[in-house]
Write a protein that binds this ligand. Structure first.
Ligand SMILES: Cc1cc2nc3c(=O)[nH]c(=O)nc-3n(C[C@H](O)[C@H](O)[C@H](O)COP(=O)(O)OP(=O)(O)OC[C@H]3O[C@@H](n4cnc5c(N)ncnc54)[C@H](O)[C@@H]3O)c2cc1C
Length: 386
């Protein structure tokens, strides 16, 4: 990996200090109350964290993918839910920045960079998650508008956000279905969009995840991303490649937090007259945890570097997401086992990490899907002539 520039060190140092001083001391208590972190979000706005992947010419900081991943690692080390406030929001920024018309970029990106316009992505429906081509939400042309009808499910930032990337069918009869799918920037304000219930979740608390209902909700035609119908599926899939890397980095942050808690605890806790860190059983666990964490980090950085060279990195991003998030699930459980009953107690943060870990396994494309993507790419790469 290239050494960091002074400016990159500065951004990262600022985020580290913010996480250490402001986030970690309050994270567990707020997470247990499922409280939205308004004050922390205000600070993240001030720090420019909503504009990380928005080019400088539109008011963002346009950091490269590696720094972006490092920042997500740091925030997730403190509190995964807080990373969720900027996580899916950054996918929306990525899609608008890559595929929006110049007019759309100028209209949306500066407000997104400050966090004044913020939200996330409205893709999933109650009957369509992995299989996004099965969505039934429609966008029907009506003069200068499109009218949105349908319901979205599992939408993070739905209540506190105001601007979203929405995937809908502009031609529900199209075969293959993806050719009839389009993506829009939608903004709250007009009647016809209702935020439904907040879904009660195992973890990933603090940040809200809700149902969203649309009934004739008007969206100006100029909000169709790229200005051409039928491109939405491709645009969203490209955005999800970036999301895989940010979810991988979130897994890395979570795993690191759990590991650090466990290795400190193991040196303080004594049984049979010596610290448990001196038992080979515990040392084996610590060695495996740290090795998997380091391997996750290297997979993430390698995929990020490829992406920053302008190359597709489906295979590498898939591997990074799969490995780093499975590592998060394993390491959070191992940390709990090292800490015994204390690991199971809400007095220590490990139970929170353990409850947060499944989200990174499921979100950003399930790990079952990552394996399919990896295998598909490998079969392409190693194709034999028949
Ligand atoms: C806390 C949380 C926040 C979320 N936030 C958002 C958000 O902001 N916006 C949004 O749009 N969505 C969001 N999601 C939804 C998330 O993207 C989906 O849950 C995810 O894509 C999986 O879809 P699903 O839950 O419908 O599972 P399904 O697609 O029904 O899959 C069920 C199981 O079958 C497996 N499976 C499916 N197809 C295949 C296949 N072809 N081969 C092998 N296995 C397969 C899956 O891996 C999974 O194990 C969120 C989810 C959670 C839990």
């Amino acid at each position: 990996m290239k050494p960091l520039t002074e400016e990159q060190e500065l951004i990262l140092g600022t985020v580290r200090r913010f996480v250490g001083k402001e986030v970690i001391p309050v994270a567990s208590a707020m997470e247990h109350r499922d409280e939205y972190p308004h004050a922390l979000v205000a600070q993240m706005k001030e720090m420019g964290l909503f504009g990380l992947n928005i080019p400088e010419e539109y008011g963002g900081s346009g950091v490269d993918s590696t720094i972006f991943a490092m920042i997500f690692e740091e925030i997730s080390r403190g509190w995964l839910g807080l990373a969720g406030v900027i996580g899916s929001n950054s996918v929306m920024c990525d899609v608008v920045g890559r595929f929006g018309t110049e007019e759309q970029k100028q209209r949306f990106l500066p407000g997104m960079a400050t966090g004044e316009k913020r939200g996330g992505i409205c893709l999933t429906e109650s009957n369509a998650g992995t299989d996004l081509q099965a969505i039934i939400t429609t966008a029907t042309r009506d003069g200068d508008l499109y009218r949105i009808d349908g319901s979205k499910m599992w939408i993070t930032n739905a209540r506190h956000g105001n601007t979203f990337l929405l995937l809908a069918k502009t031609d529900p009869t199209s075969q293959p279905a993806h050719r009839g799918m389009s993506a829009f920037v939608i903004e709250k304000g007009e009647p016809g969009m209702t935020v439904g219930r907040d879904i009660d979740k195992l973890g990933y608390k603090g940040v809200e995840t809700c149902e969203l209902h649309f009934s004739g909700f008007p969206v100006p035609a100029e909000n169709l991303i790229g200005g051409v119908e039928g491109q939405g599926f491709k645009q969203v899939m490209t955005g999800l490649e970036a999301e895989r890397l940010n979810v991988a980095a979130r897994g890395l942050g979570l795993a690191r937090a759990a590991f650090e808690e466990a290795i400190h605890y193991a040196q303080r806790r004594t049984t049979f007259g010596k610290p448990i860190a001196e038992y080979q059983t515990i040392q084996n666990k610590l060695a495996d945890m740290a090795t998997h964490i380091e391997a996750s980090r290297l997979l993430i950085y390698s995929a990020c570097e490829k992406r920053d060279r302008g190359e597709r990195c489906d295979l590498e991003a898939g591997m990074a997401k799969l490995f780093a998030t499975e590592t998060a699930a394993e390491v959070t459980l191992e940390a709990m086992r090292i800490m015994g009953a204390n690991g199971y107690s809400k007095d220590f943060p490990v139970e929170r990490y353990y409850r947060d870990a499944p989200l990174v396994v499921i979100g950003g494309g399930t790990n079952e899907l990552q394996r399919l993507i990896i295998a598909r790419n490998l079969l392409k790469k190693y194709k034999v002539d028949s």
